[in-house]
Design a protein around this ligand. Structure first.
Ligand SMILES: Cc1ncc(COP(=O)(O)O)c(C=O)c1O
Length: 402
């Protein structure tokens, strides 16, 4: 419908149609526009027929794909050096679809016991009730991982590149080799590392999963998830998501795409800041223990040095406050003036989280103890601020505990 024809319509009709669907013009926007449309129109009905019949590269319906979201998927696939990627409404939705695409009732999953708390809950509750059996293992103990796979029926091995909150770094090439030897796929949650530090798909992982809520977007203003994988597996995931509908909206996709542009700059700065802060904390008399893969004392230091770029060990530092009771940790958190007590990570702001109260709240004290998560442990996501200001904030808050 051209604008001349629209002029002849009555007021209510023009209110709906005027200005919409302009003819394509001869320019290319620098940034991918946000396409807030739930359906798409075609030049003619023949094209529409082809689109509805599944023609490649054609958009049909918002739940099946969107140009802004597709731009984000192309970008993440490129950064992860994978053929394709599929965006989801959240990191949990991305994990859910990935696991669903690998297992059915009676199958087994071997999973790291260091996973994000909600991922453990997902495996136990949603997949447990579907008849999928899950065995949790110490992912750094390759003999234990292999023994669990050898028992048979395992379709999926699931781990995080850098675990939450103890920052244990997994030996991805070895895990991929073991998983494939026993006919299982390897899915890696790469949220903490980001493709700037490591690209699990190039080390043998079959799925690379992100909570894009974190570093990929980086500004604490969006909830999103994404999986990078082969084109075939992306198609399988999309078939699932067309039915489940955990799609990422175009506004959110735009925000993540925008965040990605500064990922290397942010990550570099955040890793440098984290390293500096970890060294400072390690010398502090009120700190019992620092968990940071860049420190030679960390159990994953060697693996981290092998898999991560020189000098960049991630931007999270976990540490245990001496005589760390819940009351003392609470007092410390309340004294912070710059670092935000927020249940997230990976933003430009420094953020601190108390796992006992947040990410691992759903687990029993015994389960937390078995995972090495003490009552004095806090997790600091280091931002891009001046490191001197972050250290000064930690120092004054710790001083109140002396
Ligand atoms: C490692 C990891 N994976 C997955 C998730 C879930 O992501 P989302 O909150 O985007 O659903 C989180 C959330 O904190 C996480 O830390």
């Amino acid at each position: 419908m051209d604008d001349q024809r629209r002029l002849h319509f009555r007021f209510a009709t023009r209110a709906v149609h005027a200005g919409e669907r302009p003819n394509p013009r001869d320019f290319i926007p620098t940034a991918t526009p946000i396409y807030p449309t739930s359906t798409f129109l075609y030049q003619n009905i023949e094209q529409m027929d082809a689109a509805l019949g599944g023609a490649v590269g054609v958009f049909v319906y918002g739940r099946y794909g969107n140009p802004t979201t597709e731009a984000l998927e192309t970008a993440v696939a490129s950064l992860e050096e994978q053929e394709a990627a599929l965006a989801f409404a959240s990191g949990m939705a991305a994990l859910h679809a990935t696991i669903l695409s690998c297992v059915e009732a009676g199958d087994r999953i071997v999973a790291s016991r260091d996973l994000y708390g909600q991922t453990i809950t997902l495996l136990r509750t949603i997949f447990g009730s579907l008849g999928v059996r899950v065995e949790f293992v110490d992912i750094l103990d390759l003999a234990q991982v292999e023994a669990a796979l050898r028992r048979g029926g395992v379709r999926l091995l699931l781990c995080e590149t850098i675990s939450n909150p103890l920052l244990r770094v997994t030996d991805l090439p070895s895990l991929a080799e073991i998983a494939h030897r026993y006919g299982a796929r390897l899915a890696v949650d790469n949220t903490f590392a980001t493709p700037y530090l490591v690209r699990p798909g190039t080390l043998g992982a079959d799925y690379v999963i992100h909570s894009a809520t974190k570093y990929l977007s980086g500004h604490g203003d969006v909830t999103a998830g994404i999986v990078a994988t082969t084109a075939d597996r992306r198609w399988e995931l999309n078939e699932i998501n067309k039915t489940i509908g955990s799609i990422l909206g175009p506004f959110e996709a735009f925000l993540v795409l925008r965040g990605l542009k500064t990922l290397p700059l942010r990550m570099h700065r955040q890793c440098e800041n984290a390293s500096r802060i970890a060294c400072w904390l390690a010398e502090h008399p009120l700190i019992e223990r620092v968990h940071y893969p860049g420190l030679p004392t960390h159990p994953s230091h060697e693996t981290a040095a092998r898999l991560l770029p020189p000098g960049l060990y991630g931007a999270i530092v976990s540490f245990e406050i001496r005589h760390g009771t819940r009351e003392r940790v609470t007092a410390f958190l309340e004294r912070l003036r710059l670092i935000l007590p927020a249940t997230t990570l990976g933003d430009v702001y420094s953020e601190i989280l108390y796992p006992v109260m947040a990410s691992h709240r759903g687990l029993s004290p015994e389960e937390r103890q078995a995972m090495g998560i003490s009552d004095g442990l806090v997790r600091l996501s280091v931002g891009i601020e001046d490191p001197e200001d972050i250290i000064a904030d930690l120092e004054q808050a710790l001083a109140s505990l002396a």
